[in-house]
Design a protein around this ligand. Structure first.
Ligand code: SAM
Length: 185
């Protein structure tokens, strides 16, 4: 299956810590293979995200790249598609089938902005996609896009190899330590 990577632009230490962490956690939980964070370098944030992967399992990569234009160039050179989520784009229901069809053969880079988005991104992207043409949040836009792209299948995805696992309950919380991390001597 082609990969899905999320690129978060314009991260600012302090002001965006929570939002960028949530972008990364949503990317992971909703079936993306990794997140690339651009803007200010924030190693602690990357470590926290990878800590979640270690605890809760699955395969997911988080990395910092200072030069986002280069990320896009490299992605394009390797034949990947670039999707920019923006309220000014084509509304999701009108374009998602076309994107899903192309995703069968090409990796997808989903780009979400921060406070300010450089205008050139609108021209570099293969698709500028809106999740409604109203202003809201990169976290909500990302979750909705990933869900529509995968038609809800990501909600049943397993996350093997973690230390902890939730056993779903109608009421209360049940969390167990998984066996698979203990290797018999
Ligand atoms: C809080 S917005 C700020 C956008 C900024 N004012 C600009 O220059 O466009 C941050 C990010 O949320 C995402 N976003 C917000 N509303 C959206 C929508 N309706 N559809 C898709 N993405 C959206 C976009 O990725 C955007 O870059």
């Amino acid at each position: 299956m082609p990969r899905i990577i999320v690129l978060r632009l314009g991260h600012r230490i302090g002001r965006d810590q929570r939002a960028t962490t949530h972008v990364a956690l949503v990317a992971r939980a909703y079936g993306a293979d990794g997140v690339i964070i651009s803007g200010e370098r924030d190693d602690a944030l990357i470590r926290r995200v990878m800590g979640v992967v270690e605890t809760w399992g699955g395969r997911f990569e988080a990395e910092y790249r200072g030069d986002w234009r280069r990320v896009l160039r490299e992605w394009r050179m390797r034949g990947g598609l670039i999707i920019h989520l923006t309220m000014y784009g084509i509304n999701l229901p009108d374009i998602i089938d076309e994107i899903r069809e192309r995703w069968r053969e090409r990796d997808i880079l989903v780009v979400v902005g921060g406070e300010k988005v450089p205008g050139e991104l609108f021209h570099i992207a293969d698709y500028n996609v809106a999740v409604t043409n109203q202003p809201h949040s990169e976290i909500a836009a990302l979750a909705t896009f990933l869900d529509w792209l995968q038609e809800g299948r990501e909600l049943r995805r397993e996350f093997p190899g973690g230390r902890l696992k939730v056993i779903p309950q109608r009421r209360g919380k049940k969390v167990v330590e998984t066996q698979d991390r203990y290797i018999k001597p």
